[in-house]
Design a protein around this ligand. Structure first.
Ligand code: SF4
Length: 128
């Protein structure tokens, strides 16, 4: 097996909030029994986009032996939910509360928090 970058989840620090599930475009992270898990290592590309959203610092990137990343498996994964896990957790705009079913949401950082803002509220953030 190759040595490469993959996400590591600290079970002690994870509170199961699920904020890391949606930012993982490959569907590698799911909430299983109340904790975030990398369900299959070949789904994790090691990009680390999930790290910034974790409020407890439970996520990190480590270099270790892991199966090669598979773009094909990631594409299959996003269309085939795994039984017993949450495939998708709906996020909401921190300003107006709109869900992603109603507005396009974007991730942002503010005063140490990872937040989602909708495109309607974005101009307010930029221009005050
Ligand atoms: S964002 Fe952090 S605390 Fe929340 S589920 Fe993911 S790893 Fe756990």
């Amino acid at each position: 097996m190759p040595v490469r970058k993959v996400v590591r989840i600290d079970d002690e620090k994870c509170n199961g909030c699920g904020l890391c599930v949606t930012p993982c475009a490959e569907g590698a992270i799911q909430i299983v029994d109340g904790k975030a898990k990398v369900v299959r290592e070949e789904l994790c590309d090691g990009a680390g986009f999930c790290l910034a959203v974790c409020p407890t610092g439970a996520l990190s990137i480590e270099e270790r032996e892991a199966p090669e990343f598979s773009g094909e498996a990631a594409r299959d994964r996003t269309t085939q939910p795994m039984a017993g896990s949450k495939q998708h957790i709906t996020q909401r705009c921190f300003l107006c509360g709109s869900g992603e079913g109603a507005e396009v949401l974007m991730p942002c950082r503010f005063k140490g928090d990872s937040l989602w803002v909708c495109v309607r509220c974005l101009p307010r953030l930029i221009h005050g």
